[in-house]
Design a protein around this ligand. Structure first.
Ligand code: NAD
Length: 367
């Protein structure tokens, strides 16, 4: 039994315990302390922000990939092209939590120097919640925009109007820093729903909402199993032709422009379990454009104006991107992170698989 019981078939784990357990699994699998910490920081924060699809539930997949060699432990980002304000950085299939952080560190330094830096991070193992990278840039005072594609993995998302999948959930993020306040962080998958949310529904054996997925014939379905059992269905892009178009642009910018490769038969692996991300990031120092003070003042002016709008009936408050995540964090810091029983069992099984000391597992898992 873990920290506490949540809804039926769900455990609630205190974030610090979840962090220790995640770190312990990574270390037992051969990651350095520093790598284990970056992974745990990233995944637990995703859970705290309410994005369980990108939280500690990823651990079984990550360890499966380190064991197969699809994710390389203790690997660091390497600059492979350097044009001053434009960089290509190879992740070498290293943990995304490590190589994306390193790529952003380099990009931020260059943007401070040149006013802007365009970073093509290629060939990184799963870089998780893209907002994490926008927030890193925002903490350094930078505006950033990020376009991401995925390959190695099988296709999951149908192009607009198509009855079969051609790419994956291609996320997009823009983060805008604010003086003395938390940043604006718009961060989403260009699919109707992130694949991890389908995984969570499949684990919980519940139906998805209507309008998110199609079956193998292209007809609407709410069964998450359509993504797990052949003949496979697909997730729809969000926002009809507009979201469908944005998803295509993600593959073109992150995969073709950077040199990282698009999602196509050239990169899809047969078993479809690798998750390689490429990311085009544009990092801009506001001081280099309208000026830092002007920018800070205009951001507050505009956000204040947006939030002053009268809410629709049934809506408590007009929120800006990033606010829902921070509200969920307050709740989960206090009440623990809810994890469905199947996901929790998979994580505990993963701990056993990496031979985390059997005596430690019940203690770490909160028994
Ligand atoms: P989502 O649909 O929950 O949308 C989240 C965004 O919408 C956030 O910016 C949030 O602040 C904003 N938002 C939500 N409700 C709001 C409201 N009422 N008012 C104002 N803004 C609001 O996100 P998602 O599509 O499920 O994506 C989840 C996560 O999955 C993201 O962090 C994404 O980066 C990640 N992801 C990663 C990969 C990868 O390959 N690494 C692939 C897909 C998704």
């Amino acid at each position: 039994m873990a920290d506490g019981q949540g809804a039926v078939g769900e455990v609630r784990i205190k974030p610090d315990r979840l962090h220790r357990f995640t770190m312990a699994i990574c270390r037992a699998d051969g990651s350095s302390d520093q790598e284990a910490k970056l992974i745990a920081d990233h995944l637990v924060l995703a859970n705290l922000f309410g994005h369980d699809s990108h939280g500690v539930g990823m651990m079984p997949h990550y360890i499966q990939n380190t064991v197969s060699g699809a994710c390389v432990r203790n690997h660091h980002a390497k600059i492979v092209r350097d044009n001053g304000a434009v960089l290509v950085i190879d992740g070498g299939a290293g943990y995304g939590q490590v190589v994306a952080k390193e790529a952003m560190d380099i990009g931020i330094e260059r943007a401070k120097k040149n006013g802007v830096c365009v970073v093509g991070l290629i060939n990184a193992h799963h870089i998780g919640r893209i907002g994490h990278w926008g927030e890193q840039c925002a903490r350094a005072g930078m505006v950033s925009t990020h376009w991401v594609n995925v390959h190695g993995h099988k296709s999951l998302v149908a192009p607009f109007g198509a009855a079969e999948a051609r790419f994956t959930t291609n996320p997009y993020c823009t983060a805008v820093p604010r003086k003395g306040k938390e940043p604006i962080v718009l961060d989403f998958a260009t699919s109707q729903v992130a694949m991890g949310k389908v995984r969570v529904a499949n684990n919980k054996q519940i139906q998805m909402e209507p309008g998110l997925m199609i079956d193998a014939e292209g007809n609407p379905t709410t069964d998450p199993g359509t993504m797990y059992n052949a003949p496979y269905g697909a997730i729809l892009p969000f926002g009809l032709h507009k979201g469908g178009g944005l998803a295509v642009i993600c593959d073109l910018l992150a995969g073709a422009l950077t040199g990282g490769k698009t999602h196509s038969p050239r990169t899809i692996k047969k078993d479809g379990t690798d998750i390689i991300n490429n990311m085009l990031s544009i990092i801009i120092d506001p001081a280099s454009m309208g000026g830092a003070e002007f920018f800070e003042d205009e951001v507050e002016n505009f956000i204040g104006w947006v939030k002053s709008a009268k809410p629709q009936p049934g809506v408590a408050e007009v929120l800006t991107p990033g606010e829902p995540e921070r509200a969920r964090r307050v709740d989960r810091e206090k009440n623990g992170v809810p994890i469905d029983a199947t996901t929790w069992q998979q994580i505990v099984d993963t701990a056993r698989k990496v031979r985390l000391n059997d005596i430690d597992i019940p203690q770490m898992a909160g028994a």
